[in-house]
Design a binder for this molecule. Structure first.
Ligand code: GLU
Length: 419
C-alpha cells in the first residue's frame, strides 16, 4: 500500500484541502503541500537473543523544509504505516510553523512492538534504524525526537550512533536527550505543561479562569500526567483520570501527586485508593466536567460520542483525538477545542530550546527555558484565538490554527521562489 491510500494520510490531506479552500490557495500549490519532499523506507535486520534474525520496517518522512530543517519525533508501534508517518510529518510542518520556531516538518516510525524486545535487541534496532537514516538527518537537516514508545534513552543511542558516523559529538542531531548529555529536564514536563497552559488560557476566555474548575484527563503518560499536575497546582480540581488499564473518579478531587506516585510504582492509575468509582476510557470523555484533556490516542472523540461530551474546554494533548465531524458538533454546542497542533506544541518548543542550547554551547537554564515556553505558548494561543474570532469564527478553532500555519509555510515557499 502506498501512503496515498492510507486513511490517516487521507485525513491529513482533507484537513489541508479544507484550509486551502478557505485561504483560496491554488490547486497546484496544494499539490506540492500534499506530498513529502523526501520519504525513506528502510529495512532493519536485528539479531534476536535467540539467535534468529528479524527484519523490521522503518520510515522517515520529510514533509516540508520551507521554514527550516525538518523536525519531529520517531515512534515505535506495531501499527505504524508509511501513510501514518507521512501524515504525522505533515502535521509537524503545521505545528512547527504555528509555534513560530525555525523548523519544517518530519516524522519517523518503526513497525515494531518494543515491549516484545529485550533491552539489547531494542538498542540494536535503534542504532541500526538511525544508521540507516543517517544520510538524510543532521543538526541542520533533520532533527528527530521521541514520540510514542521512544524516550530519552532511545535519543541517547541515536545521538551516539550518529556521532560515531560523523566523527564528532553531534549533540544537536536529536532532542529530548537525557539531561546529562545535552538535554533539559524541562523537556520531560514540557508537552503536558503546554497542554495545561492552553487549557488555562482558554479558561480565561470562556470560563473565569481555571481555579476550582473540574478536569478529566484521558491518558496518564508523559503528557496527561504533567497536564494534570500543573492544572491542579493552578487551583483546578482533577476529578478523573484514566490510562490504558482504566481509571478512577472522585467528584471531591483526586490527589495528583499521589496519582503520579501510584502510576510510577504500579504502572496503572486504577491502583489509586481514594476514589468514588472506577471509570473507563469511554466514560471519562462524557463526564460532567469543565475541562477535558484527551492525552491518549487518536480518534476518541467522534460524531457518535461528541453530542454527549459536556466539557466546555477540550485541550488536545494527543495528536488527532477529535475527528472533524466531532469538532463541528462541539463548536455548535459552544465548546472550545484547542487543536493538537497548538495545545501539544510544548514538547517541540522545548526541543527547539534544547537544540539551540546544543548549537550555542549554552543558552537558557532550566528555569529560563520554562519561562520561555510559557511565554511562547501564551503568545501562540492568543494569536490563534484572536484570529479565530476575527476571521474564522464560523469554523472550529482548528481551522484558524491550520490557516495561520499553512499561510506561513506558503509565504516562505513564495519568498524562496519554490512556487
Ligand atoms: N513527537 C513530538 C510531537 O509530536 C515532539 C517532536 C519534537 O520535539 O521534535 O510534537
Amino acid at each position: 500500500m502506498t501512503y496515498e491510500n492510507d486513511p490517516v494520510y487521507q485525513m491529513a490531506v482533507k484537513q489541508l484541502t479544507e484550509s486551502a479552500k478557505i485561504l483560496n490557495l491554488p490547486e497546484d500549490v496544494v499539490e506540492v503541500l500534499k506530498h513529502p519532499e523526501r520519504l525513506l523506507h528502510v529495512k532493519i535486520p536485528v539479531k534476536l537473543d535467540n539467535g534468529r534474525i528479524a527484519v523490521f520496517h522503518g520510515w522517515r518522512s520529510q514533509h516540508n523544509s520551507a521554514l527550516g530543517p525538518y523536525k519531529g519525533g520517531i515512534r515505535y508501534h506495531p501499527n505504524v504505516t508509511e501513510g501514518e508517518v507521512v501524515a504525522l510529518s505533515m502535521w509537524m510542518t503545521w505545528k512547527n510553523a504555528l509555534a513560530g520556531i525555525p523548523y519544517g516538518g518530519g516524522k519517523g516510525g518503526v513497525k515494531v512492538n518494543p515491549k516484545e524486545l529485550s533491552p539489547r535487541e531494542l538498542e540494536e534496532l535503534s542504532r541500526k534504524y538511525f544508521a540507516a537514516i543517517s544520510r538524510i538527518v543532521g543538526e541542520d537537516i533533520d532533527i528527530p525526537a521521541p514520540d510514542v514508545y521512544t524516550n530519552p534513552q532511545t535519543m541517547a543511542w541515536y545521538m551516539d550512533e550518529y556521532s560515531k558516523i560523523v566523527g564528532y559529538n553531534a549533540w544537536g542531531v536529536v532532542t529530548a536527550k537525557p539531561k546529562e548529555i545535552g538535554g533539559l529536564y524541562a523537556r520531560i514536563v514540557s508537552t503536558g505543561l503546554g497542554t495545561a497552559i492552553a487549557a488555562r488560557e482558554a479558561a480565561k476566555r470562556v470560563l473565569d479562569g481555571v481555579e476550582n474548575k473540574t478536569v478529566a484527563v484521558q491518558g496518564f503518560g508523559n503528557v496527561g500526567m504533567y497536564a494534570a499536575k500543573y492544572l491542579s497546582e493552578w487551583g483546578a480540581k482533577v476529578v478523573a483520570v484514566t490510562d490504558s488499564k482504566g481509571g478512577v473518579y472522585n467528584p471531591a478531587g483526586l490527589n495528583v501527586e499521589e496519582l503520579i506516585k501510584v502510576k510510577e510504582e504500579t504502572g496503572a492509575v486504577a491502583n489509586y485508593k481514594d476514589y468514588k468509582k472506577t471509570i473507563t476510557n469511554e466514560e471519562i470523555l462524557e463526564l460532567d466536567v469543565d475541562i477535558l484533556i484527551p492525552a491518549a490516542v487518536e480518534n476518541v472523540i467522534t460524531k457518535d460520542n461528541a453530542p454527549r461530551v459536556k466539557a466546555k474546554i477540550i485541550s488536545e494533548g494527543a495528536n488527532g483525538p477529535t475527528t472533524p465531524e466531532a469538532d463541528e458538533i462541539l463548536r455548535k454546542k459552544g465548546a472550545v477545542v484547542v487543536p493538537d497542533i497548538l495545545a501539544n506544541a510544548g514538547g517541540v518548543v522545548m526541543s527547539w530550546i534544547e537544540w539551540a542550547n546544543n548549537r550555542m554551547g549554552n543558552w537558557l537554564t532550566e528555569e529560563e527555558a520554562l519561562a520561555r515556553l510559557e511565554k511562547k505558548m501564551v503568545e501562540n494561543f492568543n494569536t490563534v484565538y484572536n484570529e479565530w474570532q476575527k476571521r474564522f469564527h464560523e469554523y472550529p478553532m482548528r481551522v484558524a490554527a491550520y490557516a495561520i500555519a499553512v499561510e506561513r509555510v506558503v509565504t516562505a515557499m513564495k519568498l524562496r521562489g519554490w512556487i
